[in-house]
Design a binder for this molecule. Structure first.
Ligand SMILES: *[C@@H]1O[C@H](CO)[C@@H](O)[C@H](O)[C@H]1NC(C)=O
Ligand SMILES: *[C@@H]1O[C@H](CO)[C@@H](O)[C@H](O)[C@H]1NC(C)=O
Ligand SMILES: *[C@@H]1O[C@H](CO)[C@@H](O)[C@H](O)[C@H]1NC(C)=O
Length: 295
């Protein structure tokens, strides 16, 4: 590419180029999208160019951040690199949540482990205040050495949880059989790192080893929150328009390839599924059979 010449209009030219480029120094910055929970400059650390942020957990404080906007539907993704080394006891949570009461929530919770042992990823869905839909998988890669993407494609018909764009969980709109569905409450996006050693790692047997603190989780690329931003009322976000591309018919069901990937995860990586936990649910919740793809 030709080097940029500085002259009149250079800013506009740069902005246009920037828009078209995959990697760009003037990408969306962390602070344009998020506000840290702590202001001490230590427990949430933002790179000078705004392209990376870290949450730090130590004996003194946990922390996190929340989005500046609220969303209703979209393709909302985060690039995350998890706590390396001995992360046992720590929990990195990344979730969308509406305000209380009767809230909606879509959860990713990463449960740390001792060095060399796999992380677990727990997902959950709350709709109209009702949750208890935990599923837990292990991952097919080490999530601490590189960034990977974790997201949801959320529309009026279904929610697909993805890891590196592979579907790992499907939650369909089953309102026709009386199951609430998140489609009326704007949700903010949150991330936090905290000590969950009473339950997180090997059911609470392995405690956080604070000699390994500080624990650090990293985030980058803040341009992947492609959702409908709710300002005053939700109505504009419930309309089916070309801007709301996630409502297109291609995204209302999963295709054959996605169904195969979902079953691959279920058959090879699933550690826990509320749908098969008969001690909690003697007969599986109604939505369970509907959320499993048929090939
Ligand atoms: C940690 O590693 C152990 C042993 O491989 C495994 O059983 C467990 O599911 C892993 N994850 C957590 C969160 O304990
Ligand atoms: C905590 O980590 C330190 C340093 O690696 C190690 O010496 C100690 O045995 C660990 N404690 C526990 C309870 O595993
Ligand atoms: C959703 O966003 C991610 C991250 O920007 C992107 O890689 C993915 O292709 C998007 N999904 C669809 C269906 O376009």
């Amino acid at each position: 590419m030709e080097p940029l010449q500085l002259r009149n209009g250079a800013v506009a030219t740069f902005a246009a180029l920037c828009w078209a480029m995959v990697s760009c120094v003037h990408g969306v910055t962390f602070l344009e999208q998020f506000t840290p929970f702590s202001k001490d400059g230590y427990h949430v650390q933002v790179a000078p160019d705004g392209q990376e942020a870290k949450i730090v957990l130590d004996q003194y404080a946990a922390s996190g951040f929340g989005s500046n906007y609220q969303y209703l539907f979209g393709n909302i993704t985060m690039m995350i690199k998890l706590v390396p080394g001995d992360s046992a006891g720590t929990v990195t949570a990344y979730y969308l949540s509406s305000a209380q009461p009767n809230h909606d929530e879509l959860d990713f919770e990463f449960l740390g482990n001792v060095s060399g042992q796999p992380y677990s990823l727990q997902t959950n869905v709350y709709a109209n205040g009702i949750g208890r839909r935990e599923q837990r998988i292990s991952l097919w890669f080490d999530p601490t050495t590189d960034y990977h993407s974790y997201g949801v494609l959320w529309n009026r018909k279904q929610i697909i949880f993805t890891v590196d764009n592979k579907p790992i969980r499907l939650f369909k709109n089953n309102e026709d059989v009386g199951i609430a569905y998140p489609n009326s409450k704007p949700m903010g996006l949150y991330a936090s790192l905290w000590n969950g050693d009473s339950w997180a790692t090997q059911n609470g047997w392995v405690k956080t080893n604070w000699t390994h603190a500080p624990f650090i989780v990293s985030f980058r690329d803040f341009s992947t929150l492609d959702g409908c931003v709710v300002t005053n009322d939700i109505n504009p976000c419930t309309q089916v328009t070309p801007t709301h591309w996630w409502e297109a018919s291609a995204y209302q069901t999963i295709d054959h390839n996605q169904a195969e990937q979902l079953l691959w995860v279920k058959n090879n990586y699933m550690i826990y599924d509320y749908c098969t936990d008969t001690s909690r649910f003697p007969s599986p919740p109604v939505e369970c059979s509907r959320n499993v793809p048929v090939l």
